[in-house]
Design a protein around this ligand. Structure first.
Ligand code: R5P
Length: 300
């Protein structure tokens, strides 16, 4: 296979895991920041297909550096440049909620589509737009589900009386697909967001969790407000042990500490973002998606 993976410094261990799965070389992207804040990006030699690996949490500076890397790889001879962004930021603002607001999803989608030939991402947070291709015009877009990875992660120590709890109706298909191979029950909440760090939540059927262990399941842990509210309701309803699992954990150390104090005794995620709590590598699922999408062959 004529592909090389190019990993930004913070993503290099995960990029190496994908390279291992695909049996291709992984090369570090060097980054330097000038005193005025500009970034210098230096890439290694590329094969015909270059795969750039970087998650877009904390996305502002990262996006510019991605574009610089894509340009340098093309200058170096890459014919096809693919972005593997396991976590894709800026996907939540898909309409102008107030007059004058930018529709970030559309802007960032077009920006990525203008510089890359393909995108592979994991469980993108989409609301009104269900197909990511609609915001990345003209490029190959592959979305990977982390459900099987999370089922496999939870499987070894789950007990049959465990209940998986999703916080809102959007999470239902996803939570059910994690629960099905484990053969455990599911409860789904009803959530209303009141602010960046405030949610109102109810969990119909919560009485059934008395005396049972619970695992909260979400696609993203950001401020942690959603999990915290769920945990408070579940504790009051008599859950015996509360854990959480998510595809992407963006929460910072202080938010994780608040979640622990709020009664969540264990938080696990894939390694799309948070290396410190990551418990499951997403590389095998990414490799499978890359091989079935055959992006380089189709476009390159
Ligand atoms: C919302 O629809 C998502 O599925 C997550 O529940 C949300 O992004 C989590 O954010 P936070 O941790 O800030 O409550």
């Amino acid at each position: 296979m004529t592909a090389t993976i190019h990993g930004f410094p913070e993503a290099l261990p995960a990029a190496h895991r994908l390279a291992h799965e695909l049996s291709v070389d992984c090369r570090p992207i060097e980054l330097r920041h000038f005193p005025d804040g500009e970034s210098l990006v230096r890439v290694g030699p590329s094969s015909a297909t270059a795969i750039v690996y970087r998650s877009l949490d904390d996305p502002n500076a990262k996006l510019i550096e991605l574009l610089l890397a894509a340009s340098a790889l093309r200058d170096g001879g890459a014919r096809t440049v693919i972005l593997v962004a396991p976590y894709l930021g800026y996907m939540r603002q898909d309409i102008a909620f107030q007059p004058g607001e930018a529709i970030s999803q559309k802007v960032i989608g077009r920006l990525i589509a203008g510089h890359f030939d393909g995108l592979i991402t994991v469980d993108p947070h989409l609301h009104r737009i269900h197909d990511l291709s609609d915001v990345m015009p003209g490029i190959s877009v592959t979305t990977v589900s982390a459900a099987a990875t999370l089922s496999a992660m939870l499987g070894p120590d789950i007990t049959p009386d465990t209940v998986l709890v999703g916080p809102d109706s959007e999470s239902r298909p996803w939570v059910e697909s994690i629960a099905a191979p484990l053969g455990v029950d599911v409860l789904i909440g009803e959530k209303r967001r009141l602010g960046d760090r405030e949610v109102a939540l109810a969990i119909p059927g919560i009485d059934s969790i008395r005396g049972r262990p619970v695992i909260l399941i979400d696609d993203v842990i950001s401020s942690g407000a959603t999990l915290l509210r769920c945990a408070a309701l579940l504790q009051a309803a008599g859950a015996v042990r509360i854990e959480a699992a998510a595809t992407h954990c963006l929460a910072r150390a202080q938010d994780l500490a608040i979640l622990a104090r709020g009664g969540i005794c264990r938080i696990r995620s894939t390694d799309t973002v948070h290396a410190t709590i990551a418990s499951a590598a997403i590389a095998p699922a990414l490799a499978e998606a890359y091989l079935s999408a055959r992006i380089g062959d189709r476009i390159g």
